[in-house]
Design a protein around this ligand. Structure first.
Ligand code: NAD
Length: 287
């Protein structure tokens, strides 16, 4: 078997075209959805991520702005910058680019974003709503993985989904989304003994560990959907996922590449979350 490759760029384009009429309706009502990114320091990697997000926003007609702060800014300066965006009516979504410099309490900063503008979905209240099955704003990467699975028409109900990685931004929220869709979910982590015993029984396998080539073809159930979330910068400067693409491709039914897979979906879902946040905020203002 040779897997169908899940083209994140093409699926993201579909997401964007689905947003066009919603953005047009907002703009007709005098609302231009706005995303603000708070960027602390001058890490080249963060700058690239921020630029990609801005470009995606502008492609769909959103307003995107970056609030830059120096690497040696204090936590209170950063909190004040977030608060100014919380009360700015032109901004409907706020994200803080991670990682933050040492000495700054990332959680305190993330939790200070207004709930309705928390388009990364990292606020404990938004995560709690997801746990309870009433999602409000959901983290973008797990949302992008679900969109990818749905795009390919991959059934989830009654299937075994294995998620490798239990972080609060990828593994855990993704497990909750899969549970909500009727999958039987196993979440593995770095302490899981005999990882392959789990992966080989997975109809859907999502890998978010940050370990290049953690999953090889012999660990994949024939015909399974394999979604590679990992982004690893290799010594030669190239990006690689957590899945050995060539060996997995020979066994899986569907496979997402890195680059060009989940990363594109994450950005697309950030734009989608910002449009959703703008719709809700403008409806709340009209009510
Ligand atoms: P994290 O470091 O917070 O969590 C990694 C998880 O993987 C942990 O739960 C750990 O227990 C588990 N793990 C590590 N090694 C393992 C092993 N050998 N076997 C089983 N489990 C193992 O990372 P994160 O923030 O969840 O990100 C994971 C990866 O996804 C990283 O490569 C990151 O760059 C990437 N990522 C990509 C996107 C995207 O848009 N494509 C978004 C977020 C994160």
């Amino acid at each position: 078997m040779t897997a169908s490759v899940l083209d994140g760029a093409a699926i993201a384009r579909q997401v964007f075209s689905g947003l066009e009429s919603r953005v047009a309706a907002l703009r007709a009502a005098g609302v231009r959805p706005g995303l603000a990114t708070v960027l602390v320091g001058d890490s080249p990697a963060s700058q690239v991520y921020v630029r990609n997000k801005q470009r995606a926003c502008e492609e769909v007609g959103l307003h995107a702005q970056v609030r830059e702060l120096p690497a040696d800014c204090s936590e209170s300066e950063l909190l004040a910058a977030v608060e100014a965006l919380n009360t700015n009516d032109a901004i409907h979504g706020i994200i803080v680019q991670l990682p933050l410099p040492r000495g700054i309490d990332s959680q305190r900063v993330l939790q200070s974003i207004a709930l309705e503008k928390d388009v990364d979905g990292f606020n404990w209240s938004n995560l709690g709503a997801l746990v309870d099955g009433h999602p409000r704003l959901v983290p973008c990467t797990p949302l992008g993985v679900m969109r990818m699975l749905d795009h390919a028409g991959i059934a989830l109900e009654g299937r075994h989904a294995v998620v490798i990685g239990r972080s609060s931004i990828v593994g855990k929220p993704l497990a909750l989304l899969l549970i909500a869709r009727g999958a039987t979910v196993t979440v593995c982590n770095s302490k899981t003994p005999d990882l392959a015993a789990y992966t080989r029984s997975a109809d859907v396998l999502v890998v978010a560990a940050g370990r290049p080539k953690l999953v090889t073809g012999d660990m994949v159930k024939p015909g399974a959907a394999v979604i590679d979330v990992g982004i690893n910068r290799m010594p030669d400067g190239k990006l690689a996922g957590d899945v050995d693409f060539e060996s997995a491709k020979a066994v899986a039914g569907w496979l997402s590449p890195v680059p060009g897979g989940v990363g594109r979906m994450t950005v697309a879902m950030l734009v989608a979350n910002t449009v959703l946040a703008a719709e809700r905020q403008s409806a709340a203002r009209c009510a």
